[in-house]
Design a protein around this ligand. Sequence first.
Ligand code: HEC
Length: 152
Amino acid sequence: MKTVKKVVFWVLVAFALIQFIPVDKVNKPVDKAVNFIDVKKTPEKIGSLIKGACYDCHSNETIYPEYAYFAPISWSIKSHINEGREHLNFSVWGTYNKELKENMLNKSIQTIQSKTMPMPGYIVYHKEANLSEAERTLLVHYFEEMLKSKTY
Ligand code: HEC
C-alpha cells in the first residue's frame, strides 16, 4: 500500500510540474492578401464551414479550447496544429505554387470524403466540425469547381 501511495504522490507531482512547460499558443498575424477565404472570396456559407471545421489546425487563426491548457493534452493538441499547418495552412494559401494548391485541393476532397478530415477525435469536442453529408458534399463541390476552373 505504501508504494502505491508513493507512486500516486510522484505522479501528481510530475503532473503539476509539467504544467510549467510552456506551449506557444500565440497565433501569427493573418495577411488577408494571402488568406484562402479572403483571396478566394469564398461564399459565406462555405467559408464558415471551412473556418469551423479546418481552420483550428490548418490556419493561423487557431482558437484553443479550454482543455488545451493542461499538459500533456496541450502538447498533443499543439503537435496536431503544428503538423496540420505544415501540411496545409489556409492563412498562407496565396504563397503556394500551382502544384501545391492542386495537390491540397485534391487531398482536401479525398480526406473530406473518406472522413479522415476533420480529424475524428476533434469532432467529438467541436460540434461545428461534425459535418453532415450535405455539408461535406458542399465543400467537395466547392473545391472540385475550383480545380476544374483553375481558379486556385
Ligand atoms: C484537429 C486538427 C485538424 C483539423 C480540424 C483538420 N485537420 Fe487536416 N490535418 C491535420 C493533421 C495533424 C494533418 C497531418 C497528418 C495527417 O495527414 O493525418 C492533416 C493533414 C491534412 C491534409 C494533408 C494530407 C496529406 O496527405 O498531405 C489535408 C489536405 C487536410 N488535412 C485537410 C483538412 C480539411 C479540408 C479540414 C477541414 C474539413 C481539416 N483538414 C481539418 C489536422 C487537422
